[in-house]
Design a protein around this ligand. Structure first.
Ligand SMILES: [Fe+2]
Length: 315
């Protein structure tokens, strides 16, 4: 049995040398400032969570990740894990209670509950017609205002590590993740990517919320954020491109594992942030698949994955 079963990812914590530049990038990426203090920036999406991205002021580094649990009983159980902190009141905007623990790579993992909820933000109306349902917008004109994506929520995080197959076990044991897919190169024991989702029983959840990928470094490969629609991915892509100062990494395309339409960009310090929309959702009844990289790590459409993306990690 895992220590707890987390219900979703809450936020990622990064450290960045300039909060101004961080906020400028994240705003262009499609988040909205929730709060900013002298030494930290809290950005939100259109969903009610107080924040989904935290930036602390300081030299560039990846601090860690936070996941939601259902109740304080979960926190109490987690606090008994060797190496875990006690239950702490989060002394920062958004509040809540949490327990911290260092992961096997030295990153800070948090489980929390009770984060402040805000009113959701309005989104562009975007009703699509399909081949077999072409009257979904009958009589209405589609007119999309240009601008950044509208990030809805944080969706997943990916950590690179030299032994993905072994290391993923710790996260499953702590947070209750179940494996959706694993991808190997050469022989099936050489797992190069492990895609894991939350275990919420009958409730359907995203195909993946946390991955370990194999590489020769340890660090954050990317943080990923759900946006509203395919138009939103495209509008966001154009907006970041027009800004003229951010590095595009990969996309636009549709993944095989998870099936999302994706687009990847680097922040000013090389940390990769993903936009995606339209994921596969699974519940506890879906079984794990193991497949070669040539089947799993390709796209249903779009450019093949660049080497720069596969070998990327920021400590
Ligand atoms: Fe991703």
């Amino acid at each position: 049995m895992p220590v707890v079963k987390v219900t979703d990812i809450a936020y990622g914590r990064l450290q960045s040398p300039s909060l101004d530049e961080a906020e400028e990038f994240l705003t262009n990426f499609g988040m909205v400032r929730s709060e900013r203090t002298r030494d930290a920036l809290y950005m939100r999406g259109t969903d009610p969570d107080h924040h989904i991205h935290v930036t602390h002021l300081g030299p560039s580094r990846f601090i860690g990740l936070a996941f939601f649990v259902e109740s304080e009983e979960d926190l109490a159980r987690f606090a008994k894990t060797p190496g875990a902190s006690g239950i702490e009141h989060l002394d920062e905007p958004g509040g809540g209670k949490r327990v911290r623990i260092g992961d096997p790579h030295g990153y800070q993992m948090e489980v929390l509950c009770g984060m402040q909820q805000l009113a959701p933000l309005p989104t562009r109306r975007n009703v699509l017609n399909w081949g077999d349902q072409k009257l979904r917008r009958a009589g209405e004109l589609m007119r999309l205002a240009r601008g950044p994506s509208q990030v809805k929520r944080i969706a997943h995080a990916v950590i690179m590590t030299p032994d993905a197959r072994e290391r993923i076990k710790w996260y499953r044991e702590m947070f209750g993740f179940v494996c959706s897919d694993e991808v190997y190169e050469g022989t099936p024991d050489n797992i190069i990517a492990s895609f894991n989702r939350c275990d919420r029983g009958e409730t359907f959840v995203d195909h993946h919320v946390f991955l370990c990928i194999k590489g020769d470094k340890v660090g954050l490969n990317h943080l990923s954020f759900e946006v509203q629609s395919i138009d939103d991915v495209m509008l966001g892509h154009e907006h970041l491109k027009r800004a003229g100062k951010y590095r595009h990494v990969w996309g636009i395309g549709r993944h095989v594992l998870g099936s999302q339409v994706y687009d990847y960009w680097q922040d000013p310090w090389g940390r990769v942030h993903e936009h995606w929309t339209d994921t596969d959702v699974l519940n506890v009844h879906h079984r794990t698949n193991v497949m070669p990289a040539a089947e799993g790590l390709v796209s249903q459409w779009g450019e093949p994955v660049p080497q720069e993306f596969i070998s990327h990690a920021i400590p």
